[in-house]
Ligand binder design. Sequence first.
Ligand SMILES: [Zn+2]
Length: 401
Amino acid sequence: MNYSDLYFVNSIDGLDEVNGVKYMTLFKHQPIDYTHNIEENQKHFLPVTIVDSIKVNRVYEGQYVFYDTKNKEFLNGNNDVRARKEVIYNNILRHSLYSSNFEENSYTPEKVYDSKSVSTYHVYVGHGNLSIIVLNNSEIWVIDCSLYDFMDSYKNYTNNFEECIRYIKDKHKIGDIKISKLLFTHMHYDHFSGALYLIQNKYFAEGEIWLNLYFSWSSQNYNLLLTKLKSMGNKIKIINPIKSNGNNILEIVYPDKIIKKRGQKINTGEETVPGNKINNASVLYKLNFNKKSLLFPGDLETKGWEKINHSAVSNSSYYCISHHGSFNGHLLNSNTNTTLAQWYTGGTAILMGRHNAYPGIFDNRVLADFTGRIYLNDQNGINSNPKFIELDWMTGIVRYH
Ligand SMILES: [Zn+2]
């Protein structure tokens, strides 16, 4: 038994439960100096391990573990001093941001207006999501921002992002790109790994961040992000991404109440993560402009979809496919075997992610269900990989770049 290597459990399963395949992603704990050179720190961590069909019964996402190679099982590592430090540091950061920068329930947007011109850009970042929304040729929002593919040796996709930014500046005649809203679906690395890059390069220097601050998630990469956010002082405002804080432009379909923890609900009225999986804490954002709309479900899986009123989203014009095209993100109800395509019959679908990043993505059933109306930002050699997808909301035209 090797107690020197400590791992953070990033995810368990989540891709293709129907076929009974078990996978985990783990981040190996490494010494990090949170007080200096945060961006530098991000570059040299953290290897990931995928373990197939091992004993994971007592393991949960967000836990620190040791791996016993002999018996092929995981042992609780939460009491290790390194794990305790990360958990405490995470609590301090969240509490501190909560006290100084947080809008809980009473958020009123500075301006809510319709936009006649909307284009969205979905950047190819390997396994991960990054969408840029350009409103009225001036305002810019970003939903999820991964730039490094941790499933492929942290391959760097900043070139694709920069190319997209150049295109946006040119097309929309925007001088400096200033992101005013940074919206996160959930706290997985493949949805926020590029946030430090955006901040460091002044694309996001001030504005709103929509993020679930309540949830304890003490991965080192998340602690790096929170450290950076804390250093921005009052330039940022953190908004609680719940339904009541949304509006008719930036709508939050799910969750109603903030999801505070994993585990069972014990008569506290607090929401817990459906299925105990952080993916099911993904916020379902819906953007509504000029009678068109686009859905961003992050990595919602079946147990999360079961909490959502499907009719509230079936009329959307566009849909960014959940969970990188896994079947688990596509199956809405495991009892009725309803899939998303059965109620989302009209609109265009965009699939972000890298084909075969995990076994189970892209799932052929997902691709088949959207035949003729699906656009993939990994063409898997068919059309050479595009750097980004451009969607013009008003014409509905999708272009690869
Ligand atoms: Zn993801």
